[in-house]
Write a protein that binds this ligand. Structure first.
Ligand code: HEC
Length: 145
């Protein structure tokens, strides 16, 4: 019985590999990019890029484990949902109202430690923001509002 269960799991995992995720990033027009347009101080720029851009831009980097289903499906869902809510690569297309709203939300999410998503830190410890870094980003965003 045990053998049978093990074998079934292996077969399911193998079949999953036939459904890879689409890793083509939409084209990036750097003139519409949030960091290009708003031009924060270098340190803030780097923090936002490291902590947010994999899910909130069209510059997602896909490490090796994004080749492994079903983990890849779960990651892809985060990227799709993240981009849908906020895509820093399309900043130039956002209306003034929307920009203000997204700035406010970004500051809130960072301040409340809701973003980056906790699960992201498992493979991206470099994206962890300490309190000083969070404050630095929030202060800069507030100066834009
Ligand atoms: C691992 C992927 C990931 C990372 C990294 C990430 N986010 Fe998100 N973010 C998401 C997802 C997924 C959602 C949609 C969540 C939901 O609907 O609950 C989201 C939602 C948001 C929202 C919208 C909230 C709303 O209610 O509409 C903001 C603002 C946001 N993130 C800001 C950030 C900022 C700023 C960073 C970097 C400090 C960041 N995120 C990093 C995945 C991510």
């Amino acid at each position: 019985m045990k053998k049978y269960i093990f074998f079934t799991i292996i077969v399911i995992l193998i079949v999953c590999q036939f459904f890879p995720i689409d890793k083509t990033n939409p084209e990036v027009d750097s003139t519409k990019d949030f960091l290009t347009m708003e031009n924060p101080p270098t340190e803030v720029k780097q923090l936002i890029k490291t902590a947010c851009y994999d899910c909130h831009s069209n510059e997602t980097q896909y490490p090796w484990y994004t080749n492994v289903a079903p983990i890849s499906w779960w990651i892809k869902k985060h990227i799709d949902n993240g981009r849908k809510k906020l895509n820093y690569s399309n900043w130039g297309d956002y209306e003034a109202d929307k920009k203000q709203h997204k700035l406010k939300e970004s500051a809130e999410e960072i301040h409340e430690k809701q973003m980056p998503l906790l699960s992201y830190f498992v493979m991206h410890p470099e994206a962890k923001l300490d309190d000083t870094q969070r404050q630095m980003i929030v202060d800069w965003i507030k100066s834009k509002q």
